[in-house]
Every structure is written in C-alpha cells, then in structure tokens.
Design a protein around this ligand. Structure first.
Ligand SMILES: Cc1cc2nc3c(=O)[nH]c(=O)nc-3n(C[C@H](O)[C@H](O)[C@H](O)COP(=O)(O)OP(=O)(O)OC[C@H]3O[C@@H](n4cnc5c(N)ncnc54)[C@H](O)[C@@H]3O)c2cc1C
Length: 394
C-alpha cells in the first residue's frame, strides 16, 4: 500500500486536535464511567424513573453524555461541532435523533426537522450527507405490517401508508434537489422489507448519474451479503447507481430475543467472527464493483477501516474517490476519523441533534455500546489517556 495513503490510527495528537484539554479530560471521565457496566445499568434505570416522573434531566445529561455525543438541540447549535470537525477535514451528517414517535402530528414534526437538516446542506460543503430513519416518519406497527404483507392493509392503514410514502419521497427529492446524498438507516429485520422497498424506489428514481440515495445493509444478518450482491446486479441491469451504507448492525440482542420468543431461526450470525467476515467481504465487494455503486462504510472497527483503505489502494482508487466514504458517530473513534481524513480519505461523522429528552434512547444505546464492546472502549480510553499524558509533556 502506498505509504502516504496508510492511515495511522495511533496518532493521538491528530485524532484529538479537535478537542480542548478540558474537553479531553471530560471525555476521559465519560469513557471511564461508561466502561463500568454496572453504572450504565443503574443510570439507565434512573433515567427511566426520571422520565416517568417527569423529573428534569437536562442538568445531569447536558454537560456529560449529551455534549459528548450530540451537536446541540437545534441545527444552529451544531455549528461549533461542525466547525470543529471541518477543521480536521471531517464532514458532518446531521441526524435528527427523536425516536419512538407514533402520532401523525409527531411524525409530521419529525419530518419537518429532517427536512430542515436536508436544507442545511444547501451550498454548505461541510455536509457529506443527510440521513433519516423511516421509523421516524412512519408508525412502527404499520411498517411491521407492510413488511409482513403489504396487501393486508385496511383502507385506513392504506391512507396512512400513502402519507408515509409521500414523506419519504419528499425527503429523498429534497436531498436530490440540494445535490447532497441522503442515507436511509437500517432498522429491525421485521421493519426492513418495507424500508428496502421505499429505498429501492427512491434509488431507481434519483440515482441515475450518481448515488443520491443510499440504503443501509446490516452485515450481522445472515442474508445480507447475498442481498448486497443481488441489488448490485439489479442496479447494473436497470441502469442506475447503487448507493449503499454498510454497517454491522445495532439491534442484535433485540433480534435474537424476538426470534426466540416467536420461535423462528435468528436472522443474526451466530458469532462476531461471522459478522466480521461478511462485513469485510461486503467492503471488498463494493471496491471490486466501484463502477456500479457508491459506498459509505459506517464502522468504528479499526481493522475494517484499514481493510477498506487498503483495498481501495490495491484497486488503484484514489483515497479521495467520491464513491467511497468512511463514517463514524460523533464522540467515538476520533483516532479513526481524523487519521483517515489526514491520509486523504473522505470521512464524515453523524452529528445527532434534538431536544435532550428526545435523544435519550440514542444516548442510552451509545452508553451501552461503549460498556458492552469492552475492547473498543478500553481502546478509546487508552488513546485518550495517552493524549492527556502527551499534552502534559508538551
Ligand atoms: C456512521 C454509522 C452509521 C450507522 N448506521 C446504522 C444503521 O443505519 N443501522 C444499524 O443497525 N446500525 C447502524 N450503525 C451501528 C452499527 O451497526 C454498529 O452497531 C456499530 O457501529 C458497531 O459496529 P462496528 O463495525 O463499529 O464495530 P465492532 O465493535 O467491530 O462490531 C460490533 C458489532 O458486531 C456485531 N456483533 C457483536 N457481537 C456479535 C456476536 N456475538 N454475533 C454476531 N454479531 C456480533 C454487532 O453488529 C455489533 O454492533 C451505524 C454506525 C455508524 C458508525
């Protein structure tokens, strides 16, 4: 591999240049705290109790997990974070983080927030993509029903489904009009067939010259590498460009629990090695089919990020090739993001925003993820500690 294109994930000075020493010390404390599984479980219970009793939580959450993992309550409040990322040539993906909305009024409100985030990308090239979850603009039960059997909808459900379709069409069309691509997140397997269908229709419509709409493929599912291959061939045959975000998948325990409860085989690989194998094979597939697709790799896994960089290099693709993006979440794996961007790759971070109360499910997932993926958390901690020490000595 060309030396200058090799990302050096050990460079903590570059990785954390975007954080002041105060911010770095806060990050150290945060990762030490979330690394303690017992504390995270206790925190989760306390948050649920506080929410149920309507006790204000902002004072505890805003200066700690919220300020670390979120950009702010509004798009305007994300400005500082966006500037910080842009200084290290890392792009932003504004992610409106309200979840679990079900009423039409709430779904419309979420739709409008996502639309504002899409409009914010206009003429501001710090934005790489916009993003949304279909469940943010659709009642979950309806997504489930459409996924199981779209022909079984009642007249009223059909009307609601038409409204969902219109919202998704409008979001993708707005993104296409702005000229900044949009990512459609992947969700639970029992909602995904409906999401895939909506994404497919949008890709067929907008991805003529380049990918403006990206669907997401979760490689912890046993059937998704084959799906990726099928959809690549289909795009090629029908003459449009596939847009694909590759992730391992965020709902493993929920997926397994439901499969046991309902008595069907788990759709998730039996172990981490199998997930890793498919994720890495998917990365390689994308590089090897670069003529027909655009890819965004969403991962905090060092080996996978290095593998993608290496494969691009082997195949003679320039690191700055616009068809390949590396993406991480705000507050995580800065050593990957900033060192990849320094080596010339295209990198973006999800910057979640929204009222503190609305972002709590997202924050709980981040805390749990960082307490359960022991290896990664200790890696993050080790690097932050190293940088704190380095700064003391300079
Ligand atoms: C930019 C970005 C966008 C994302 N978008 C989405 C999205 O749209 N939908 C979504 O579901 N997730 C999404 N995620 C989350 C993602 O799916 C992973 O949960 C998370 O990134 C951890 O995986 P990893 O590749 O970073 O690293 P790793 O730490 O190497 O992998 C952890 C992942 O491996 C898998 N895994 C762990 N243990 C096992 C096991 N025993 N058996 C089988 N598999 C196992 C799980 O998927 C777990 O999350 C996104 C992540 C990023 C960074």
């Amino acid at each position: 591999m060309n030396e200058s294109h090799f990302p050096n994930f050990e460079n903590t000075e570059r990785a954390f240049a975007n954080l002041s020493s105060g911010q770095l010390r806060k990050a150290l404390l945060l990762f030490q705290t979330v690394g303690n599984g017992g504390l995270v479980r206790l925190g989760k219970v306390l948050v649920h109790v506080a929410l149920a009793l309507r006790i204000p939580l902002g004072w505890a959450i805003r200066p700690t997990v919220y300020s670390h993992f979120c950009g702010g309550e509004s798009i305007a409040q994300c400005e500082q974070t966006m500037a910080r990322l842009a200084a290290g040539n890392v792009h932003t993906i504004l992610d409106y983080s309200a979840e679990g909305k079900e009423t039409e009024a709430d779904l419309d409100a979420t739709y409008r927030e996502i639309l504002s985030a899409i409009q914010a990308t206009h003429t501001d090239d710090r934005h790489a993509f916009s993003v949304f979850k279909v469940s943010g603009v659709a009642p979950t039960e309806l997504l489930k029903k459409v996924s199981a059997n779209p022909d079984s909808l009642s007249d009223q459900e059909q009307i609601t489904w038409t409204r969902v379709q219109k919202r998704v069409v409008a979001l993708c069309s707005a993104a296409a009009e702005m000229g900044t691509p949009i990512l459609i997140d992947a969700e639970e397997s029992w909602l995904q067939p409906a999401i895939d269908e909506l994404a497919l229709t949008a890709m067929q419509r907008h991805n003529t010259a380049r990918a403006l709409v990206y669907n997401t493929v979760q490689l912890y599912r046993t059937d998704r590498l084959a799906y990726l291959k099928r959809i690549t061939e289909r795009a090629k045959m029908e003459g449009w460009q596939l847009g694909v975000k590759l992730v391992r998948g965020a709902y493993m325990e929920k997926e397994r629990d439901r499969a046991i409860e309902k008595g069907y085989p788990s759709p998730i690989h039996p172990n981490k090695e199998a997930t890793d194998r498919d994720f890495n094979a998917a990365l390689e597939w994308c590089v090897d089919h670069a003529e027909s697709l655009f890819c965004c790799a969403g991962s905090h896994n060092e080996k996978s990020n290095a593998l993608l960089a290496q494969r691009m290099n082997q195949r003679g693709l320039n690191p700055s090739d616009g068809r390949f993006w590396f993406a991480q979440l705000l507050g995580m794996s800065d050593h990957i993001s900033f060192n990849l961007s320094a080596a010339g790759y295209r990198v973006a971070k999800y910057v979640p925003f929204g009222p503190i109360r609305e972002t709590i499910p997202y924050l709980i997932r981040r805390a749990e993820e960082n307490s359960s993926v022991a290896g990664q958390t200790s890696r993050e901690l080790e690097l932050i500690r190293r940088e704190v020490e380095r700064r003391k000595q300079t």
